[in-house]
Write a protein that binds this ligand. Structure first.
Ligand SMILES: Nc1nc2c(c(=O)[nH]1)N[C@H]1C(S)=C(S)[C@@H](COP(=O)(O)OP(=O)(O)OC[C@H]3O[C@@H](n4cnc5c(=O)[nH]c(N)nc54)[C@H](O)[C@@H]3O)O[C@H]1N2
Ligand SMILES: Nc1nc2c(c(=O)[nH]1)N[C@H]1C(S)=C(S)[C@@H](COP(=O)(O)OP(=O)(O)OC[C@H]3O[C@@H](n4cnc5c(=O)[nH]c(N)nc54)[C@H](O)[C@@H]3O)O[C@H]1N2
Ligand code: SF4
Ligand SMILES: [Mo]
Length: 675
């Protein structure tokens, strides 16, 4: 049986190299590639089941055309030619009537190959359509906050953890989202290196840590400022490093840090003052401490401040300057490829932007011109976006022409006029570079497209041809595009021969010390850019007025986090993984359940001013009182009713316009008591 060397294209920082065991048109088995050291020969529990995902019986087999009301899921099969003819005719008519800005291309990250991920939005760029500000549901808050502090540059190499003397998983559940980092960390811990986890819940990572600090949601900036306060008070700072590599420390020390003595930090964070002291002492005593920053703590109203405050700490001890020290967040900024050929092909694009998480508003409220046509690919916003009721009202507009491209008939696809069957990554060819490691690789398809599925790449090229878009990328083969990524590259990747990535995994030489690419060339504790935007220019914690008002009305705060056996809805079609993840649930502390007379396993209603959803109750002291924890986002067919995101609004985070899922307040009541 031939083995095909491929790359995992799921949205995950590890970006494993894989070996697909294939027979004819079928994938029999997926395994981690033993020749890629970070993958180290194993895939995660989800991808071990990807043969079942590719060959799931409910894969879409043909294009579909709507026959019932939007949302009803009633469709009839049509040919690709008929579907594409209709799309071409409708788009051309809309462009002729009101111009290309009435079109929105809304493609996201479910395929992490650089071509398949970006070419669909590239087509809309070339058409001059309205532009998606992609990723505001995910990482734009943490990424922008990092850029404002460290600069648009990658972080420490996760594999450098072998040199660390202390590791802090700060708001990151490594067991769920970074399993290969976890494996390396386990080796390091055998040598006595300690793992501290700062997370509102006792995640699987927290349960295995040397020390878990169950911080109150949204208070990380206060804890980080408190640590800085103690480092300053106790003379634990690396003064020479601060002098050489940071901007604004003295002002921060004079104007902000005095407000964060341990007693106040304890009050804000819900941690003991003695624990804040102990953490600061540990951090101050370490030379090569590594913080694995999570994104979860940035998906709330003041998430940007949290990230800035925590990302400042490794500068205070000089850890940023030492191998094994610093912070791990996103590596991509240091892998300076030139992806413009797929991302920005051809004509200058429109400047009209739609934030990813504000699709509902855009569909209902945009004028001059209103959105008339929408293409959604590799994304299931009808479940994963916030403010789902409004979004679904937008998708239900009779005068909106919606195309959805996906391997499955998702909750989003149910609102489409035309549904197009997509391949999975194992049926595509592409170039990959990780966003959480320094590896890259080219991968062929393991098997041909299943049924009548088309890749994102093929779809974008065919639509471009039909729409008269002539940019070269739309008629090039993937292997012809590849050299362009390297030709315009800068930094360390510019020295890599594109031919080498065709042969197998290649690692870019990772940075040995943190580089700063801010306007000052230093870590900007003080950011003039933020000051000009009216954002506090130095990291600080302040209560948020809207959160306070909502907290006064609703007794619980929502905590959301990645599922262990599901990532958003990407593996919803695999029964084994659905069963392992369990029924879609909300978790309450025993005290909160008792207060409401609720029992484990009963169906409950999550409710607030915006909406409600039905889930199963799990009672556990994994979470603190005052918290309603909902792991993952699950499709309608799996929940009692709706999705948790019916309760989340579309406000924007302080930095980077990110979604604020965790600035949601609610109550949980017995299922039949409300309605
Ligand atoms: N409450 C709450 N909501 C959240 C979050 C949270 O923390 N809490 N997290 C947010 C985050 S970080 C993210 S990134 C988003 C993720 O949200 P989504 O991007 O909506 O993620 P998925 O549900 O995995 O949907 C991906 C879809 O792409 C399809 N797909 C897979 N491969 C391909 C392909 O090659 N081509 C095409 N065309 N389709 C493909 C899959 O079948 C699936 O339907 O959710 C956000 N939503
Ligand atoms: N298994 C699995 N893997 C995934 C995903 C998945 O859903 N499931 N999603 C993929 C995607 S799209 C992304 S973006 C990445 C990253 O996925 P992210 O959603 O960014 O995951 P984490 O970085 O682990 O952040 C979540 C952790 O932060 C904690 N947290 C929440 N609020 C706070 C807070 O206020 N303070 C602190 N200190 N902690 C907080 C949560 O309890 C949780 O343990 O993972 C990818 N990989
Ligand atoms: S750990 Fe991440 S990159 Fe590796 S196989 Fe699983 S989803 Fe893919
Ligand atoms: Mo994400």
């Amino acid at each position: 049986m031939p083995n095909v060397r491929v790359v995992c294209a799921h949205d995950c920082p590890d970006m494993c190299s894989l070996v697909a065991e294939v027979e004819g048109n079928r994938v029999l088995r997926i395994q981690g590639d033993p020749d890629q050291p970070y993958t180290a020969g194993y895939a995660c529990a989800k991808v071990n089941r990807d043969a079942e995902l590719v060959h799931a019986p409910d894969r879409l087999k043909t294009p579909l055309r709507r026959t019932g009301p939007k949302g009803s899921g009633r469709f009839a099969p049509v040919t690709w030619d008929a579907a594409l003819d209709e799309i071409e005719t409708r788009w051309k008519a809309i462009i002729a009537e009101v111009g290309p800005e009435a079109l929105l291309g809304y493609a996201y990250s479910a395929h992490q190959g650089q071509m398949n991920r970006h070419i669909v939005n590239g087509l809309f760029h070339a058409l001059g359509a309205s532009r998606l500000q992609a990723g505001t549901v995910c990482d734009t808050c943490c990424e922008t906050a990092w850029d404002m502090t460290v600069g648009p540059v990658g972080c420490a190499d996760p594999e450098s953890v072998v040199h660390s003397d202390l590791v802090i998983a700060w708001g990151c559940d490594l067991m769920a989202v970074n399993i290969h980092f976890w494996t390396l960390l386990e080796k390091v811990r055998k040598t006595g290196v300690k793992l501290v986890v700062i997370d509102p819940r006792r995640s699987q990572t927290a349960a295995r840590a040397d020390w878990h600090l169950p911080i109150r949601i949204g208070t990380d900036a206060a804890l980080a400022c408190g640590i800085a306060h103690i480092l300053l008070r106790d003379g634990l700072l690396d003064r020479a490093y601060i002098e050489a590599h940071t901007l604004g420390f003295d002002r921060w020390a004079a104007e902000v840090l005095p407000a964060f003595p341990p007693a106040r930090v304890a009050e804000i964070t819900g941690l003991a003052a003695a624990d804040v002291e102990r953490l600061a002492a540990m951090y101050g005593a370490s030379k090569r401490s590594l913080i694995r920053l999570g994104e979860g703590m940035t998906r709330l109203a003041r998430g940007g401040q949290a990230l800035r405050a925590v990302a400042t700490l490794p500068a205070l001890t000089g850890a940023y300057g030492r191998e094994g020290g610093g912070a791990v967040l996103l590596t991509a900024g240091s892998m300076e490829f030139d992806f413009s050929i797929v991302r920005k092909p051809g004509a200058p694009s429109s400047s009209r932007q739609v934030a990813h998480h504000e699709l509902g508003q855009a569909l209902l409220e945009l004028r001059d011109p209103p959105l008339r046509a929408l293409l959604i690919a590799a994304n299931n916003p009808a479940v994963t976006n916030p403010d789902i009721d409004r979004l679904r009202r937008g998708l239900a507009r009779e005068d909106l022409f919606t195309v959805v491209h996906d391997p499955f008939l998702t909750d989003t696809a149910r609102y489409a006029d035309i549904v197009l069957p997509a391949t999975t990554y194992l049926e595509t060819e592409d170039f990959y570079r990780a966003y959480g490691a320094y590896w890259m690789q080219y991968a062929p398809a393991a098997v041909p497209p299943q049924h009548e599925a088309w890749s994102n790449f093929r779809l974008a090229q065919e639509l471009a041809r039909r729409m008269g878009v002539t940019a070269p990328v739309f008629s090039m083969a993937p292997q012809e595009i590849l050299p362009h990524f390297f030709k315009g590259a800068s930094g360390a990747v510019a020295a890599i021969d594109p031919a080498s990535v065709l042969a197998g995994p290649v690692k870019m030489p990772p940075p040995k010390a943190q580089e700063f690419r801010t306007p000052s060339g230093k870590l900007e504790i003080f950011s003039a850019t933020l000051e000009a935007q009216g954002v506090p220019p130095m990291p600080t914690w302040e209560p948020d007025a809207k959160e306070q008002a909502d907290a006064a009305r609703w007794p619980l705060r929502l905590l959301t986090a990645p599922g262990y056996f599901q990532a958003h809805t990407a593996w919803a079609a695999v029964p084994f993984l659905r069963a392992r993840e369990g029924a879609p649930a909300v978790m309450l502390h025993p005290e909160e359940a008792a207060k409401r007379g609720l029992a484990d396993g009963q169906t409950v209603r999550l409710v607030n001013d915006l909406g409600s959803a039905g889930l199963v109750l799990r009672i556990s002291d994994e979470v603190r009182p005052g918290v309603a924890f909902v792991p993952g986002q699950r499709p309608d067919a799996e929940t009692v009713a709706g999705t948790v995101n019916m309760l989340c609004d579309t406000r924007r985070s302080d930095i980077g316009d990110g979604a604020c899922y965790q600035s949601t307040f609610l109550d949980v009541v017995a299922w039949d008591a409300a309605a």
